[in-house]
Design a protein around this ligand. Structure first.
Ligand SMILES: *Cc1c(COP(=O)(O)O)cnc(C)c1O
Length: 388
């Protein structure tokens, strides 16, 4: 039988082997690793809510009110009040009829796509879609088409193809994209995509993982940021693990889509409900995100983004700023230099990004102080990684 060590050696040879790094502190702006403190530019905790006092207090309060575990899947044991309250809050915030939460964003994507599409349907995805969306699309058994990143002409021609091929009375055509792309930090041309999917009678699933809490006046995401009616996005997906600082995923949609998911989404049905305390804390996080405090945190975050933009001479469309270096070795050695200088900035390689586009991925948070960003820039320039 194939020896796992041979496979690991192959990964090693291609500089593609990964390993886990043990952090001995909370996942904060400053983290402790192997006895040394580092400034952390690798987290998706965009608003700094993962470790703040109110988040911790809400989680503790949730445990005291509802206990530690949830007992079983929600269809078996009954839905606990905090899950129902969170879904009502999310639907209200996203202005949809209903919402369903899952144990992760990954489970949301896989469960939703495989429940809503099947062999008589088509799913059209942006080339840079997250692995969870690709996995869900594959699992569905639908016919898949992929368009080059943000390429509207190719999307239009795939839509025209799907309309000829799919019986639009009985079948479904789903377009899938992210609002902010996770490894490039750029945005999808949402308005044009909506126009196209409407022309062709398709639905849009928009994954707002990196936009929720970050974009828009109240943090609702890309549609709010560009002044588009949220209702035009049929399936609004996101995660509670990034800006909300916790864990879990959500899908906001019409009441009938949500009811269908409750009946068909296997990652929802056959998985124990997340701890009720997480749902309790997530509801509070959503309220904070949409309120005055969220606005203040977003302002802080965008100040940090602007600072890095100016220093690097780039245009950033989100809290994710990639520094593309090309070969795996270049990205790994850049990450190592930054580590020596006291910064955690991850090297991202294939298969997370295409071959030859290995990079450092800098993520900013409202928790970073101005001096943290300035220090990062100075060290990156000194190491020759950021162009002067
Ligand atoms: C992180 C991420 C997910 C998965 O969310 P989790 O809650 O971490 O499982 C899905 N889609 C995108 C675009 C992501 O970046």
């Amino acid at each position: 039988m194939r020896d796992p060590d041979d496979e690991l050696a192959e990964l090693e040879a291609g500089q593609l082997r990964r390993s886990l790094r043990r952090i001995d502190s909370p996942q904060e702006v400053e983290v402790r690793w192997e006895g040394r403190d580092y400034l952390n530019f690798s987290s998706n905790d965009y608003l700094g809510l993962a470790t703040d006092e109110r988040s911790k207090a809400a989680l503790i309060e949730g445990v005291e009110r509802y206990g530690a575990g949830s007992g079983a899947s929600r269809l078996i044991c009954g839905t606990l009040a905090p899950h129902a309250d969170l879904e009502e809050t999310l639907a209200g915030f996203k202005r949809t009829e209903a919402a369903l939460t899952f144990s992760s964003g990954y489970a949301t994507a896989v469960g939703t796509l495989s429940a809503l599409a099947g062999k008589d349907d088509a799913i059209i995805l942006d080339k840079l879609c997250h692995a969870s969306l690709i996995d869900g699309a594959r699992l569905s058994g639908a016919t898949l088409r992929v368009y080059p990143h943000n390429d509207l002409d190719k999307l239009a021609s795939h839509l025209a193809w799907a309309r000829r091929k799919i019986d639009t009375e009985a079948g479904r055509i789903l377009v899938v994209t992210e609002s902010v792309f996770s490894m490039d930090g750029d945005r999808a041309p949402l308005e044009a995509i909506l126009d196209l999917k409407e022309q062709h009678g398709a639905w849009l699933l928009l994954d707002e993982a990196h936009a929720f809490g970050v974009l828009g006046r109240t943090g609702r995401g890309l549609a709010e940021a560009i002044g588009i009616e949220d209702g035009r996005v049929d399936l609004q997906m996101g995660t509670l693990s990034k800006a909300a600082g916790l864990s879990g995923g959500y899908l906001c949609a019409s009441r009938s889509v949500i009811d269908l998911l409750i009946n068909r989404a296997r990652s929802f049905i056959y998985s124990t409900a997340p701890p009720p305390a997480i749902a309790h804390a997530a509801r509070e996080a959503v309220d904070r995100i949409r309120g005055e405090e969220g606005s203040v945190l977003r302002e802080r975050l965008w100040e940090n983004v602007a600072l890095l933009e100016t220093a690097l001479g780039v245009k950033a469309e989100s809290a994710i700023v990639p520094v593309i270096l090309g070969e795996n070795e270049a990205a790994l050695s850049a990450a190592e230099s930054m580590r020596e200088a006291g910064f955690l900035v991850p090297a991202i390689r294939y298969p997370t990004v295409p071959r030859g586009q290995a990079r450092l991925r800098v993520t900013l948070s409202a928790g970073h102080r101005t001096t943290d960003v300035e220090r990062l820039v100075a060290s990156g320039k000194k190491a020759g990684i950021f162009l002067p």
